[in-house]
Design a binder for this molecule. Structure first.
Ligand SMILES: C[S@@+](CC[C@H](N)C(=O)[O-])C[C@H]1O[C@@H](n2cnc3c(N)ncnc32)[C@H](O)[C@@H]1O
Length: 287
């Protein structure tokens, strides 16, 4: 017979030196198995787990020992106060990306209607948060990965915003050519792949082995997607529109240079995350 307290202790010992947050990982997994919150674990330390619960919990801890991210094990990640279903094949949304969503929300009039393009949808974290918090907006949400779009569509449905999103499968701006929105986009957002190719194998095992390379690889210097987006965005975004891009920790200045080399970018700004890292580059489009 095993209690909540013992189950957590044993898993923590196994995960020690294998993950950065052994106790937290065990708690999150046990909460998921028991369908309870963390407070319940604290208040019911002596509760005995059923055989089925022990089995499910141990199987999940085994996965964690192999490096599978907790979010893929429990199948979800919170972003902007919303739960997103995630599974292997789609990037786990990062808290840092909330800075991009907040930047957009702080730049608009919430009562206006906006046409938004999100390049690189993934689980739909940015697309769905914007659709949810900007009622009346419509998002054209593009990803080259069909699997990512399927997951994003499910997330959109569970958050009640599916009808205000057009999911488009294809590379970068290409899918927009067929729907005639040139010069009609008010806001373009993207958290594109931005890790330099050679750095990918040096990332934590959770990322390098389990998250999709397609979501990470930004080419030799990590800037391939910014070059394409910055070159082409003015064709789609109307004069007076906004572009906001998440960038890697040391890329903001180079992304700004790319904007300055191209005509049409004004009021270029950097937004830092809570650790003081330059996280978002935004600009107005003006012709
Ligand atoms: C860093 S992830 C961002 C996912 C999500 N927006 C987020 O912030 O959690 C980048 C996404 O870009 C997609 N992607 C990669 N190459 C692409 C391309 N050429 N065109 C469109 N999307 C692409 C990947 O499949 C992945 O979902």
């Amino acid at each position: 017979m095993i209690t909540i307290h013992k189950a957590l202790q044993e898993a923590r010992d196994k995960l020690e030196n294998k993950t950065a947050t052994p106790l937290l990982d065990a708690q999150v997994i046990l909460c998921h198995v028991l369908k309870v919150d963390k407070l319940y674990l604290i208040m019911h330390k002596e509760r005995i787990l059923t055989k089925e619960e022990v089995y499910e919990y141990n199987e999940m801890i085994k996965k964690r020992l192999c490096g599978v991210p907790v979010q893929y094990i429990i199948g979800k990640q919170e972003f902007m106060g919303l739960d997103f279903h995630v599974e292997e094949g789609v990037l786990i949304p990062r808290p840092d990306t909330e800075i991009l969503v907040e930047k957009v929300l702080n730049s608009i009039d919430k009562d206006d209607k906006y046409n938004i393009v999100d390049i690189g949808t993934g689980s739909g974290a940015i697309t769905i948060s914007l659709a949810k918090y900007m009622e009346g907006s419509h998002v054209y949400s593009i990803d080259i990965s069909k699997k990512a779009l399927d997951i994003a569509a499910k997330n959109a449905e569970s958050h009640g915003v599916l009808s205000r999103i057009t999911f488009l499968n294809g590379s970068l701006f290409k899918p927009l050519n067929d729907i005639g929105v040139e010069g009609q986009i008010d806001i373009l957002v993207s958290n594109p792949p931005y890790i330099p190719t050679a750095d990918i194998e040096n990332l934590q095992i959770e990322v390098s082995k389990f998250e999709p390379k397609l979501a990470l690889d930004g080419g030799e210097d990590g800037l391939d997607f910014y070059r394409e987006i910055i070159n082409t965005a003015p064709k789609y975004v109307r004069s007076g529109g906004l572009i906001a891009l998440e960038v890697g920790h040391d890329q903001a200045r180079r992304v700004i240079e790319l904007m300055k080399e191209k005509k049409g970018y004004v009021d270029i700004e950097i937004t830092k995350d809570l650790s003081g890292i330059e996280r978002v580059v935004s600009a107005g489009i003006k012709f």
